[in-house]
Design a protein around this ligand. Structure first.
Ligand SMILES: O=C(O)C(=O)C[C@]1(C(=O)O)C=C[C@@H](O)C=C1
Length: 101
């Protein structure tokens, strides 16, 4: 089936949902950009004071908190944890780059 064969009512609903998805994706990008602005400052602070890039105890608290938030938002907590770990791994990479510079 190509696009011209889709029922117009279905097409309208699909377009409406995709517009919301595009808005949400834009919000996610902007929020991540703000988060990375904060973590870059943390990275500089840590480098200036010889603190290690990673703080596993802080990460454990963040994961526990995010899993609880995910549960109440009916989002898979395992997915929320994987996403946070993915973001934090990138932050630690940035911290290490700052510390070497
Ligand atoms: O809070 C810190 O110490 C950070 O460096 C930020 C952050 C994060 O991205 O939230 C990243 C690395 C640490 O292991 C813990 C948390």
């Amino acid at each position: 089936m190509n696009n011209s064969e889709i029922d117009p009512a279905v097409q309208t609903e699909l377009t409406r949902l995709r517009e919301s998805i595009d808005n949400i994706d834009a919000a996610v990008v902007h929020m991540l950009a703000e988060r990375f602005k904060c973590t870059q400052q943390v990275g500089r602070l840590k480098a200036e004071h010889d603190l290690p890039p990673a703080d596993p105890a802080r990460e454990a608290r963040q994961i526990a908190r995010l899993r609880t938030l995910a549960e109440s938002a009916r989002l898979d907590p395992g997915f929320a944890e994987k996403l946070l770990n993915f973001i934090i791994a990138e932050v630690i990479r940035h911290h290490e780059t700052i510390a070497r510079s």
